[in-house]
Ligand binder design. Structure first.
Ligand SMILES: [Zn+2]
Length: 398
């Protein structure tokens, strides 16, 4: 793999992220994993800590993956996570993963006594709905222990939202963190839980539009940065959260809440901040050229994840073609940087070990393309030389 290809294409995104990030806010990743997953993914403690360093994140919540050694009751993976968090010098906050079918209350009590500070539930991996009697037991345990429950609410699930909303509304004192912007049922969950005092939504998702829409439906004080490693990277997940938060018109204090201060207040026992009205716009407005780049580029991601490399390359080629525009209009700088990232990603897909950096560049390019509305643009920084060329071209031909 050509490392310079990756780092050169990454540089403008790192600079952009730095510009968007409030200086004094703690960065806290609400959703990370350690250990081994049945799908072959794994993550160890030093790697996770260095990924958090790359993002400037001081702390993270962490829990097991869908571990092949999870039976019985997730005890072994839970114990491993508790050991690793002990070695993290306070940076990792352990949550215990519970299987509702395997004595969840006993395992939860055991882990909480050993230092767990939250509960993780995965209704897809553990194949459960939220209407069984054992679920009230888990929520009652969280209520008594005053710990939050993080719930997978991403892809691959039958409709669970109404059962989950009923349960959550029966336990209004339990703080919930709905993962992956609650895309499994964002409409039902954000509507039915709008008056629940403690439902947070984490930002770990692939499609920026899911997050843009979340900011239109949920108070910014209830949205928390998360990246879901080993599936996501903390620094690229943070970039997405920053881009969308700025796009939604949030001020520095509110952005600080999203990237970590809200989670820090929760785990440090200071409670959740009061809410304001959702700040995102009801319409998603995108320059046409960027909308085309976004469309093709966002199809490349799932193809890469699925190992369908040729299909991914085909979509990347079309997205790159969109960026090759002699009349880029107002989108010259964005098209230049997105195009450069996609060209590097395309080349990386052909090299050994290049898929992960290719995905990172693609993820950031997609995030940028979807959030380049006029109000998110910096007016204080001069455009890059490449962008200046593009802009002068566009003014000559306008
Ligand atoms: Zn996860």
């Amino acid at each position: 793999m050509n490392a310079a290809l990756y780092t050169d294409a990454l540089a403008p995104f790192l600079a952009d992220g730095k510009r968007l990030r409030p200086a004094n806010a703690e960065v806290f990743d609400a959703h990370t994993h350690l250990g081994l997953d049945e799908d072959g993914r794994s993550l160890d403690l030093p790697t996770l800590l260095s990924q958090l360093d790359d993002a400037g994140a001081s702390r993270a919540c962490v829990f097991p993956l869908h571990d092949p050694e999870r039976k019985p009751a997730y005890s072994l993976p839970n114990d491993r996570v508790l050991t690793w968090t002990d070695e993290s010098e306070g940076r990792l906050i352990p949550f215990c993963r519970l299987d509702p079918a395997e004595a969840p209350r006993a395992e939860g009590e055991r882990c909480l006594a050993k230092g767990a500070r939250g509960i993780k539930l995965h209704p897809r991996a553990q194949a459960f709905a939220f209407d069984g009697p054992e679920m009230d037991g888990i929520f009652t345990l969280a209520e008594e222990a005053k710990v939050p429950i993080l719930i997978h609410a991403g892809r691959g699930m039958p409709p669970i939202a109404d059962g989950l909303a009923d349960l959550a509304l029966r336990h209004p004192d339990v703080v919930l963190i709905l993962a992956h912007a609650a895309i499994c049922d964002q409409g039902i969950l954000t509507s039915r839980l709008a008056d629940h005092p403690g439902v947070l939504y984490d930002t770990s998702c692939f499609f920026p539009i899911d997050l843009i829409e979340l900011f239109a439906r949920v108070p910014a004080e209830r949205i928390v940065f998360a990246s879901d490693p080993p599936y996501g990277l903390s620094s690229s997940g943070l970039y997405l959260a920053l881009r969308v938060a700025a796009h939604a018109g949030l001020d520095e204090e509110a952005i600080g809440g999203v990237i970590g201060e809200t989670m820090a207040a929760l785990v440090d026992g200071r409670g959740l901040p009061p809410v304001s009205a959702p700040r995102g716009a009801q319409q998603i407005t995108l320059p046409g050229r960027l909308a085309r780049a976004y469309g093709y580029a966002s199809l490349a991601g799932p193809a890469m994840f699925a190992g369908a490399v040729e299909q991914a390359q085909g979509m990347l080629d079309l997205a790159i073609a969109v960026c090759r525009d002699p009349q880029p209009g107002d989108s010259g700088e964005a098209l230049e940087e997105i195009g450069a990232a996609l060209i590097a990603a395309r080349a990386l897909t052909e090299s050994k070990g290049g898929m992960r950096p290719a995905l990172d560049l693609l993820f950031r390019a997609v995030a940028r393309a979807a959030t380049e509305a006029p109000r998110s643009r910096s007016t204080t920084e001069p455009p890059t030389p490449l962008a200046r060329d593009a802009l002068s071209r566009s003014s000559q031909t306008a």
